[in-house]
Design a protein around this ligand. Structure first.
Ligand code: MN
Length: 348
């Protein structure tokens, strides 16, 4: 596996100097943020990210993400222009040494929590989702933790209305239409696509979601069989769904050569409904068996990128929820240990 760490470019409060010091990190996971969603990234912007990383001894081989314009998901008339731009972006990043692109196909919201700083018993804080609190949210007057600056209320209501006419099947068709156009560019450039699952893995506010389960993935791979059409195995996202067997899914999709990227984090199911809390990476903190997941990956030949996903806020650190330095660095160290122990035990 190749250990990586997410870096939000020059505006990230965590400097590359620190990321380099996290054990075994080889590459940053980053993106170009200077153009609106749907437009073409410049070679200069991509080159700059690569140069900044290289100056600190790091690669920039993984993009997270090239966002998919809502008009592509909605199947609107101008989707072909946005898909052509997406193809161009794959070519741009490929020219600068990128090997893997993480992206998602979630309408409007690509993550959702009800609390950004849930206080854990040890005094740390983390992101959390309460089914009870979620029910209290008024979809006609949405103010979601972490989202208030992303859309104006009018934009948001317009999008929610537009999706009222889009069924799961229509969204799936729009997804396949998109993939059939971009996958040939991936095959030509050697870039693999790593689809991030729905977070959390169920519909929200009547918006359809189609990447929530093993059955969803099987349907997608049957429709677009190329191995460039792979996944980001985000254990925390899939793992919030109680029916998802992460050990089985890790083994199955690693064996198929479809796991190009793994976001490894743990979640704790906190009630009998859908509530969960993000916790430290170790198995003992949460509901997922991280050692068994790593073993399933290693046994089945996984050789992709890994990053520690969301951490808690610890040691007094404040800032972007889930994306502090300390707990993600501890997560990387823990995951390094799991991989090394598993690989040596299996003689890999
Ligand atoms: Mn993730």
């Amino acid at each position: 596996m190749k250990m990586t760490f997410r870096w939000y470019g020059e505006k990230d409060s965590i400097p590359l100097e620190y990321i380099r010091q996290i054990p075994n990190v080889q590459s940053v996971v980053t993106a170009v943020y200077d153009v609106p969603v749907g437009e073409v990234w410049s070679d200069a912007s991509m080159q700059k990210l690569k140069d900044l990383a290289a100056a600190k001894g790091l690669k920039a081989e993984v993009i997270e993400s090239i966002p998919v314009h809502e008009d592509i998901k909605l199947g609107r008339g101008d989707r072909d222009r946005y898909i052509a731009n997406y193809c161009e972006n794959i070519r741009v990043v490929a020219r600068h040494g990128v090997k893997c692109v993480c992206y998602n196909f979630m309408p409007v919201f690509d993550w959702l929590r009800t609390e950004m700083a849930h206080v854990n018993p040890d005094g740390s804080t983390s992101l959390a989702y309460s089914a009870e609190d979620f029910k209290k949210i008024d979809p006609t007057n949405l103010h979601l933790p972490g989202w208030d600056e992303s859309y104006t209320p009018e934009e948001l209501q317009g999008l929610l209305k537009a999706y009222k006419n889009v069924s799961h099947e229509q969204l799936f068709e729009n997804f396949v239409y998109f993939l059939e156009k971009i996958i040939p560019v991936c095959e030509e450039t050697g870039v693999v696509m790593a689809l991030h699952p729905d977070d959390p893995p169920w519909d929200v506010f009547g918006l359809p979601r189609i990447v929530s389960s093993e059955a969803d993935l099987d349907k997608l791979f049957a429709a677009v069989p190329s191995k460039c059409n792979g996944i980001t195995l985000c254990t925390g996202s899939f793992g919030a769904g109680r029916k998802n067997d992460l050990v089985h899914m890790a083994a199955k999709y690693a064996a198929q050569g479809r796991v190009h990227f793994a976001h490894l984090r743990n979640v704790l199911w906190t009630d009998d409904a859908d509530s969960f809390c993000e916790v430290g990476h170790c198995s003992s903190y949460g509901s997922l068996d991280m050692a068994a997941i790593v073993r399933a990956l290693v046994e089945n030949g996984f050789d992709g990128y890994v990053r520690p996903d969301h951490g808690r806020s610890i040691f007094g650190e404040t800032g972007k929820g889930g994306y502090g330095l300390y707990d993600r660095a501890l997560g990387a160290a823990y995951l390094n240990g799991l991989f090394e122990a598993t690989e040596k035990a299996l003689g890999k």
